[in-house]
Write a protein that binds this ligand. Structure first.
Ligand code: SF4
Length: 224
C-alpha cells in the first residue's frame, strides 16, 4: 500500500525534530583532544576515535535508543521525587586524570537523599535486564563516583519492554579505576597519533554494536 504524502511528512518531521534535540544535547560535548566523556569511555575505542577525528554522527536507531533512555531517566527521577528528596538530576563534573587529560561533562545522574544517606544512581534502559551490570556502565559510574567523591553508586536497569527494574550496588574499586584511566590514556594516545585503534567491538564479538555504528563503512571491520 502506497503511503499518503502526509504520513511521510509527519514521519520526516518527527525524525528531524529528534535529530535537532540530539544536536542540542550534544552541542555541550566538545570533541577536543584531552577532554573525554564518561558515558562514552566504556564503548568501542575505535568508535570514540572517529567521534573525535571525523565528527559525531548518529544512526536513526541510535537516536531512538538515546531518546528512549532520556525519557526513562526523566521518568525515574520524577518517580523517586514523589517519594524521596531528589537533590540533583544533572551534575557537571570534571575529573583531571593528568594535567592534559580530563573527564568532563554535564551528566544525567540522580542523587537522592533517603533518610539522610545520599544515593548516586545512574539509570539505564535496556531491552533485557542483565544478570550482572555491564562493564561499560560500571566504568561510567566509577568516573562519577570518583568525581563526586562517592564510595558506592547504583546502576538501575529498566526493561523498556516489560517495565522490569533491577538495581545493582557498585562499590568503587581500584581495578575498575585503573581500567578507566587506561582506556582514557589509550584513546588520547590514538587521537595524538591520528591512527584508529583496533576495531574493539568487532574483535570482542559485539557485532550488534557494529551493525548500529554510524562509522561502520569507515571502520570496515569485517562481515557483520
Ligand atoms: S564498526 Fe564496530 S568496531 Fe568499528 S568503530 Fe563501529 S563499533 Fe567499533
Amino acid at each position: 500500500m502506497s503511503k499518503d504524502p502526509e504520513e511521510n511528512k509527519l514521519e520526516r518531521l518527527l525524525k528531524d525534530g529528534l535529530t535537532s534535540l540530539w544536536r542540542k544535547e550534544k552541542s555541550e560535548h566538545q570533541t577536543t583532544k584531552g577532554i573525554y566523556y564518561p558515558s562514552y569511555i566504556g564503548s568501542c575505542l575505535r568508535k570514540q576515535f572517529y567521534i573525535y577525528t571525523v565528527g559525531e554522527s548518529v544512526t536513526s536507531e541510535e537516536l531512538a535508543i538515546f531518546m528512549t533512555g532520556k525519557g526513562v531517566h526523566e521518568l525515574v527521577a520524577k518517580a523517586f521525587g514523589e517519594i524521596v528528596k531528589v537533590e540533583s538530576v544533572e551534575e557537571k563534573i570534571s575529573l583531571e586524570l593528568t594535567d592534559k587529560i580530563k573527564l568532563s561533562g554535564r551528566i544525567d545522574i540522580i542523587i537522592a537523599d533517603i533518610e539522610g544517606k545520599k544515593y548516586l544512581i545512574e539509570v539505564k534502559s535496556a531491552s533485557k535486564i542483565p544478570d550482572s551490570p555491564y562493564e561499560s556502565h560500571m566504568l561510567q559510574l566509577h568516573a562519577y563516583m570518583q568525581a563526586l567523591k562517592f564510595e558506592e553508586g547504583y546502576l538501575l536497569y529498566w526493561n523498556k519492554r516489560s517495565g522490569e527494574i533491577r538495581v545493582f550496588k557498585i562499590i568503587k574499586n581500584d581495578e575498575m579505576m585503573k581500567k578507566l584511566y587506561e582506556r582514557v590514556a589509550m584513546l588520547d594516545y590514538y587521537i595524538s597519533i591520528n591512527s584508529p585503534p583496533p576495531p574493539e567491538s568487532y574483535q570482542n564479538g559485539k557485532i550488534w554494536e557494529c551493525r548500529k555504528c554510524p562509522y561502520l563503512n569507515l571502520c570496515n571491520p569485517g562481515p557483520v
